[in-house]
Design a protein around this ligand. Structure first.
Ligand SMILES: Cc1ncc(COP(=O)(O)O)c(C=O)c1O
Length: 396
């Protein structure tokens, strides 16, 4: 006879999680057991092509040998030490990150997540400028902590804190005239996602992004590029702003930064960095050795395997092959793509899952999101195109 513990283990983890966690996540109807490359293998024997990458995290796919080796070796050598001591592996990660960042961003502050990166970026902007108002872009998402959520569009529905830490206003996206009117000498920072991920991989126009840069520069406000979702190669450049050849004052990164190991980073120029001293910023786990080893290995793999080129090739193939079945058009950049559907995107997501393909939805009910690993292969795109063709277009 099995013990109670053994009986519990045999239960579906969805039931076990539901009985001991706060039920804030809508979960998908399968249970992964292991994964390799772009494939997830489920407990009940399915092999699912993952075009969603755990919310844009799994940049190198699952089980990438160099990433696994780097974190395994680092765990054996030195699992953890805080920022109270300097570490070779932290220095190496910071040097590599600075090496691939937009020109002028030559200083890094390591944190653990996207929200924490944005929280610190916004604090830095208020401290550096001495100003109290921040502008963000309509439909944007920046995280769920106090400051990051304050600049997130429509966060009032779940914000939860009694007040916001600073005054916030939203520039209508792609409205250059509004941006030029709203950005003035009272503004500490403008925060934006070059490609708005959760909004449905909506790529802001190049003209709008350039107008944000020009107006912030003119009025002494800082421009913060939130590249938590769009960065680390996802848009076919290490960072999406590099496609527009603009230099933000501050850039935030997380998600794919460690290929699956939790980590985040804030980058800025040495001039901005010089405004901060001991005690102004801090994080216990930020820049820990396992995260640093993962960052270093992720950057190496993107460079050594020419993954930026693979992302660009994959984008072209998806755009050529996948405007079929329920897909009307495609927006976004690289492998941060929004497939605009002729019906609620959730219906297309569910139909694709029946074909063993995992995609994501977005805040735009018509947009299905592709956030595939950067190691995507042509055969995966054929599989997606074939499955989409099987889903009949809606009849008007
Ligand atoms: C653009 C952007 N910024 C910030 C965040 C928050 O990141 P995290 O969930 O790691 O706090 C997200 C998460 O989806 C994001 O897409």
């Amino acid at each position: 006879m099995s013990t109670i513990n053994e009986q519990l283990l045999m239960l579906d983890p969805r039931i076990r999680e539901a009985s001991v966690t706060i039920p804030v996540y809508g979960q998908l109807p399968f249970v992964p057991e292991r994964a390799s490359g772009c494939d997830i293998f489920t407990k009940d024997g399915r092999r699912i092509l993952d075009l969603y990458g755990g919310h844009a995290v799994v940049a190198l796919g699952y089980g990438h040998p160099q990433l696994v080796k780097a974190i395994t070796e680092q765990s054996n050598k030195l699992l953890f030490q805080s920022n109270a001591v300097a570490l070779d592996i932290r220095a190496e990660a910071a040097e590599k990150l600075v090496g691939v960042a937009p020109d002028g961003l030559d200083r890094v502050f390591f944190v653990n997540s996207g929200a924490e990166a944005n929280e610190n970026a916004l604090r830095m902007a208020c401290m550096a400028t001495g100003r109290k108002k921040v502008l963000a872009i309509t439909e944007g998402f920046h995280g769920r902590t106090a400051a990051a959520a304050a600049v997130t569009w429509n966060s009032d529905r779940w914000y939860g804190f009694p007040t916001k830490p600073f005054e916030v206003d939203f520039i209508p996206r792609d409205d250059i005239a509004a941006a030029e009117e709203m950005i003035g000498t009272d503004i500490a920072a403008v925060i934006f996602e070059p490609v708005q991920g959760i909004a449905g991989a909506y790529d802001l126009s190049a003209e709008f992004i350039h107008a944000l840069r020009a107006a912030t520069q003119k009025h002494g406000a800082l421009l913060i590029a939130d590249e938590v979702q769009s960065g680390i190669g996802r848009c076919g450049h290490f960072f999406a702003v590099q496609a527009h050849q603009i230099q933000p004052d501050i850039l935030t990164s997380a998600k794919a930064l460690g290929g699956g190991i939790p980590c985040g980073a804030v980058m800025c120029s040495h001039t901005i960095a010089a405004k901060f001293g001991a005690g102004d910023l801090g994080s216990t786990f930020g820049g820990g050795p396992i995260a640093a080893a993962a960052i270093s290995a992720t950057i190496d793999a993107i460079e050594n395997e020419d993954l930026l080129m693979n992302v660009r090739r994959s984008e072209i193939a998806i755009r050529e092959q996948c405007v079929v079945g329920p897909i009307k058009r495609i927006q976004g950049m690289g492998l941060l793509l929004g497939l605009v559907c002729d019906r609620p995107a959730i219906e297309v997501r569910d139909a694709l899952l029946d074909h063993d393909i995992l995609t994501g939805t977005s805040n735009d009910p018509e947009v299905l999101r592709i956030l595939a690993p950067l190691v995507l292969e042509p055969g995966h795109i054929d599989h997606l195109a074939g499955a989409l063709k099987d889903i009949a277009p809606a009849i008007d």
